[in-house]
Ligand binder design. Structure first.
Ligand SMILES: [Zn+2]
Ligand SMILES: [Zn+2]
Length: 198
């Protein structure tokens, strides 16, 4: 499985940084998780990462905040878009379920859903802002197996010592204790343009 960070507050050289989050997951299918805020930046970073619209099989939107769903409209994607039930975005509303093979939604809590991806016996969690509470997300994911990595916004999650037990953590956009978490040996800095193999 390959994860490409498409959109984040921070970026590698040659990529554009902007408030928001998006990443591209290449697995049994290719899924775009969130779309960042500004389409121009999404498009620029996607191009630089070699992601074209035709290679996206599905889009998953964590929540309808502009910094996660802002780039969606102009992207003009005509495939399946999975959205939280309370959002007024056009798409397929999902509950806690495996909506595509290996791709599980936590279901919506507090307006937001997170994504759990099965990779053999490992689980990788993807979060938008974590308005739904990272603790809740972890609890749901634990029902499906062993958590290997967490990538995305951790919001105001403060039980950060708990994060040390995972093989990899990548605190991105919207993580209050980002700097502190980044000092952990299992932490990887989140930057638009970064490609991680799991
Ligand atoms: Zn956000
Ligand atoms: Zn948000």
């Amino acid at each position: 499985m390959i994860v490409k960070i498409v959109y984040d507050n921070k970026a590698l050289q040659n990529f554009k940084a902007s408030w928001g989050f998006s990443c591209f997951i290449e697995h049994n299918i290719n899924l775009l998780f969130d779309t960042g805020g500004r389409y121009g930046i999404l498009k620029n970073n996607m191009e630089k990462l070699g992601i074209n619209l035709n290679s996206i099989d599905a889009i998953f939107i964590s929540h309808s905040h502009w910094d996660h769903a802002g780039g969606l409209k102009k992207l003009k994607f005509d495939g399946k878009i999975y959205v939280p039930p309370s959002s007024n975005l056009k798409g397929i509303k999902v509950d806690e379920e495996e909506f595509l093979s290996n791709f599980i939604s936590t279901g919506e809590i507090n307006g937001e859903q997170s994504l759990i991806v099965k990779n053999d016996d490992k689980l990788i969690i993807f979060t938008g802002c974590s308005h739904n509470g990272l603790r809740n997300v972890i609890k749901i994911a634990e029902k499906y197996g062993r958590i290997h990595a967490i990538i995305g916004g951790f919001h105001d999650f403060n039980e950060i010592e708990l994060l040390k037990k995972y093989e990899m953590i990548m605190p991105c956009h919207c993580t209050k204790l980002k700097r502190k978490i980044e000092t952990f040996p299992n932490a990887i800095e989140c930057l638009a343009g970064k490609v991680v193999k799991i």
